[in-house]
Ligand binder design. Structure first.
Ligand code: PLP
Length: 408
């Protein structure tokens, strides 16, 4: 047996891997209630039996073969139609099918980033994107957001200051404009227009990562950032994870055709799985998506309402802006309460939540320590009641400790 821990046998790792933990955290107890992940509600996963049969019989020569690298032509065409029905016009050659949105984000990074490049993210930002960006050796520039989304005036000032100081202009701004993960905020149309204008003026790209766009419970949809882009500066990232099922692992990215062509050459997976792509095409062609989206909206709205009501009752100290869609609530605990400690104690008591600290990209800048993200997407109503009860008990324990420490 080779001892990989001994210095003689230790291979030299790439910089992107050297700083990573050498083992994965233990899985939480299966009896724990999971408010941490953006998993789908099991009852809302579509029955794809018919689509699978078609994919594996009539379409077998296609689905068990290597797929075209850009994605199945039929799926690209369906994505073009879907986006057009949502007000965003793209041509098929502007669409690249990927293994989910995260893969699309990584491909954009492969296209645009060299080590040392700067990128802009919001405070807070989608935590799973942070290690992807970090693995490209980027410098993070953080920009705040408010109830209207990313603060574009602040971004303009920050970029002007950087230019004055002779620092690199960022390659792109990454943002989740619809039901932001984790805050739930939707960026206003005015801010979206300002952002694309600034992108055109200063020459940076925008990544519009919008998995929750259709998971809207109330209010009116805002035009996508891509639909407002007159300068070919926006990459729009979509996914079937929240539209249909995350296990399908199919998403897409749209952008300028010449850049998508380069991205296709950087995609080294032999083409995304044609079997799942065909299943999705059959589902869309059968016209099942609109009714399914309606069911998704009804389900997650009920979950959101149950979670908001339970938190109001059990944790009245926790502040939140109730989002009009998406999967998450972003809680602000009273100043001085350590949310990381609340999450740890909650885990011991059988409910898993994520501390807000996970959602801030810069490790060398101060961030508030009193936020929690709770997902209402996956839990049943009984689990929501019980999970919030356990979370509130954990919160009270930690808050009492914080109060005792402040008077002693
Ligand atoms: C903002 C955001 N982007 C991307 C993803 C991942 O999507 P996919 O499953 O398509 O990789 C998620 C999932 O939680 C998300 O919240």
């Amino acid at each position: 047996v080779t001892d990989h821990a001994s210095p003689a046998a230790q291979p030299t790792l790439a910089r992107r891997a050297a700083g990573l933990a050498s083992s994965l955290p233990a899985s939480p107890d299966a009896r724990s209630i999971a408010f941490d992940s953006g998993h789908a509600f099991p009852g809302v996963l579509p029955d794809l039996t018919r689509e699978c049969v078609v994919a594996l019989t009539t379409c077998r020569p296609e689905t068990l073969q290597y797929a075209p690298r850009p994605g199945l032509a039929d799926l690209r065409a369906e994505i073009v139609r879907f986006m057009a029905s949502d007000g965003t016009s793209v041509a098929p050659e502007q669409v690249l099918v990927t293994n989910g949105a995260k893969h699309a984000i990584e491909l954009i990074c492969r296209l645009l980033l060299d080590e040392g490049d700067a990128i802009v993210v919001t405070t807070p930002t989608y935590f799973t994107a942070i290690p992807i960006f970090r693995s490209f050796g980027v410098e993070f520039v953080e920009v705040p957001q408010d109830q209207h989304g990313l603060d574009v005036a602040h971004l303009r000032e920050t970029l002007a200051d950087r230019a004055k100081a002779g620092r690199r202009a960022p390659k792109f701004v990454y943002n989740v404009p619809d039901f932001h993960n984790p805050t739930g905020v939707t960026m206003s149309e005015a801010r979206r227009r300002e952002l694309v204008e600034l992108a055109g003026e200063l020459g940076f790209f925008v990544i519009e990562d919008s998995p929750y766009r259709k998971v809207r419970f109330e209010g009116v949809s805002v035009p996508s950032v891509a639909s407002l882009d007159g300068n070919a500066r926006v990459f729009h990232v979509g996914t079937f994870s929240k539209l249909m099922a995350p296990g399908l692992r199919v998403g897409w990215v749209t952008g300028p055709a010449d850049l998508i062509a380069r991205m296709i050459q950087l995609k080294s997976d032999g083409g995304s799985c044609p079997l799942t792509q065909r299943v999705i095409v059959e589902f869309l062609r059968a016209g099942r998506l609109p009714a399914h989206i309606a069911q998704v909206q009804v389900t997650y709205r009920a979950n959101r309402d149950a979670m908001v009501a339970a938190l109001g009752e059990e944790m009245p100290d926790a502040r939140m802006d109730v989002p009009q869609g998406g999967y998450y609530l972003w809680l602000t605990l009273p100043e001085g309460v350590d949310a990381t400690e609340v999450a740890r104690v909650a885990g011991e008591r059988g409910v898993i939540v994520l501390p807000g600290s996970r959602f801030f990209a810069r490790s060398d800048a101060p961030h508030p320590g009193n936020h929690l993200r709770v997902a209402y997407s996956h839990a049943t109503s009984d689990e929501i009641t019980e999970g919030v009860h356990r979370l509130a008990a954990a919160y009270r324990t930690v808050a009492a400790g914080a109060r005792a420490a402040s008077v002693s």
